[in-house]
Design a protein around this ligand. Structure first.
Ligand SMILES: [Zn+2]
Ligand SMILES: [Zn+2]
Length: 208
């Protein structure tokens, strides 16, 4: 079984730590895949890919970002190029697809964090983040999981880490190829809540 961290912010957006430090921690914590998902820029993930290649590290970094759509946040993976922010979710999913990528709705139902909440939009994405490691009560995660099951979509987990020490809480598990596992709805999750003390130590500085 392989493990992926698919939701981390670096200094390329509102994260506290540099890409190199995040990749090092991901390696220390035994992860096989890392996606740096900065707000509206693919640059963090590309710099992780360069770092892994230059240092010959035993981890796979994939191109990714978290796009601010007019309907809420959307994670995009495996795309060749950036997709602009501010479009509707449907338009954004389409643009991601045209650039060879796949889309996952991040922290759904968390309105205060700009999560998508309109039920009719969920069927457009390739998957749903059913466990976001940053929460107080976890009701949104339960609703997200129910939605993924009902629509037969892949469920992924994400730490939504804004510092390296938050990496590895929301882990997505898979066998073989990650992209195929998501497309076939065959991903699993290893959910672990980020302690509230850690969550709130950076709460007021980040954009979620
Ligand atoms: Zn995020
Ligand atoms: Zn977000």
């Amino acid at each position: 079984m392989l493990k992926a961290e698919l939701h981390v912010h670096s200094t390329y957006s509102d994260g506290r730590d540099r890409v190199e430090r995040i990749v090092d921690v991901a390696l220390e914590r035994g992860l096989n895949v890392i996606a740096i998902t900065d707000h509206d820029t693919i640059q963090g993930s590309l710099s992780a890919i360069d770092y892994v290649r230059d240092e010959h590290l035993e981890i796979e970094a994939i191109p990714a970002l978290e796009i601010s759509t007019s309907n809420g946040h959307l994670l995009a993976f495996f795309l060749e190029d950036e997709v602009e922010s501010g479009m509707s979710l449907i338009e954004t999913v389409d643009a991601v697809k045209k650039k060879g990528g796949i889309s996952i709705i991040s922290h759904p139902f968390q309105i205060e964090r700009r999560g998508v909440f309109k039920p009719s939009l969920f069927s457009y994405a390739d998957g749903i983040e059913v466990f976001n490691a940053k929460y107080i009560f976890g009701i949104s995660n339960l609703l997200a999981e129910r939605m993924a099951k009902r629509l037969g979509k892949a469920g992924i987990a994400g730490s939504d880490a804004h510092s390296a020490n938050e990496v590895g809480y929301g882990i997505t598990t898979f066998h073989g190829d990650l992209r195929r596992a998501i497309e076939e709805g065959k991903t699993g999750i290893m959910p672990k809540k980020i302690p509230l003390k850690t969550q709130f130590s950076y709460f007021f500085k980040r954009r979620f």
